[in-house]
Design a protein around this ligand. Structure first.
Ligand code: ADP
Length: 284
């Protein structure tokens, strides 16, 4: 759609027709861009639970871990997650019509976040065990401690739990990935300015992100542009695609919220603000 009609500046009827045509071409181009972005985002999201599921099952098949209820629950969780992702995919296809439903509701932050953390711990540990078994254990993800700090404990939020999961899980995944051995990852939640608005921070003790890259990390496929960060941060190739933060920003944008890298004395500090009232609620 890159061609444009000339004469939009004529000031007569033909000119306004040309203008309309050009505007339609712009719209089509934007939609096409959106669609490509969504396909890329969703594929990225599907890889994580598939990798975790595979690690869990391979561990059982190879006799590295037993097929106990806890292990099976991890596998089940990932299967459920895959199912939800397919649902998301269906939701995303509605973007063609300019509407992604935001299923926001009130919920308690502490039980919600501790569920996300538990899941990150379980899948991280399963992948780490697999790694340990296959390359006689150098750095593993399981030795990173996850801490949750919610205040007040009865804090509530108004958000789409599934979309917020995409945000938090991706940020924790990155934080763990870039953590040094025995590092600590902290998830902090506080009340925001408005009713049910939420301030979230995910902090790690890794190399952090250089200030010069702050504005770029939320763009798609940006990891190639950050080889130094990549090298310093993650042990061995981690199979990342440079889409995690783009997905997180997309999900935050849907809420009308904001995500940014924040000042930190040590490591990386990601800051998320969710307004109590989502901006695009009317669109759904
Ligand atoms: P991916 O992790 O798949 O490369 P992301 O979009 O999640 O893609 O992250 C983009 C880049 O930002 C990463 O490649 C990494 O260089 C940098 N980055 C993200 N999170 C962190 C972090 N917690 N610490 C250091 N660097 C990070």
């Amino acid at each position: 759609y890159t061609r444009r009609v000339s004469g939009a500046d004529r000031g007569d009827e033909l000119g306004s027709l040309a203008e309309t045509i050009n505007r339609m071409a712009d719209d089509l181009e934007a939609q096409d861009h959106h669609r490509k972005e969504l396909v890329a985002n969703v594929s990225h999201e599907l890889r994580t639970p598939i990798a975790a599921l595979r690690a869990v099952l391979e561990n059982v098949v190879d006799g590295v871990s037993a097929a106990d209820p806890e292990t099976m629950r991890t596998a089940l969780k990932q299967t459920e997650r895959l199912g939800r992702l397919v649902e998301t995919l269906l939701d995303l296809s509605r973007l063609d019509h300019g509407a992604v439903p935001l299923r926001a509701r009130h919920f308690e932050v502490w039980p919600y976040l501790s569920g996300v953390l538990k899941e990150a711990q379980l899948t991280g540990a399963a992948v780490a065990r697999r790694k340990l078994a296959s390359d006689s254990g150098s750095h593993t993800r399981s030795d990173v401690a996850l801490a949750l700090d919610v205040s007040p404990p009865e804090l509530t939020a108004y958000a789409d739990p599934e979309r917020l999961h995409q945000v938090v899980a991706n940020l924790i995944d990155n934080a763990v990935k870039h953590s040094p051995a025995a590092g600590k990852v902290t998830v902090r939640a506080r009340a925001g300015a408005g009713p049910d608005s939420l301030e979230l921070e995910i902090m790690d003790e890794g190399p952090g992100i250089p200030r010069s890259e702050w504005h770029r990390v939320f763009e798609r496929f940006n990891r190639g542009a950050l080889p130094h960060v990549q090298k310093a941060g993650s042990p061995g190739g981690d199979g990342g695609t440079g889409l995690g933060l783009a997905i997180a920003r997309w999900a935050v944008d849907l809420h009308g919220g904001r995500i940014r890298v924040a000042e930190s004395a040590r490591g990386c500090r990601m800051h998320v603000t969710l307004p109590g009232k989502p901006l695009n609620e009317q669109l759904t």
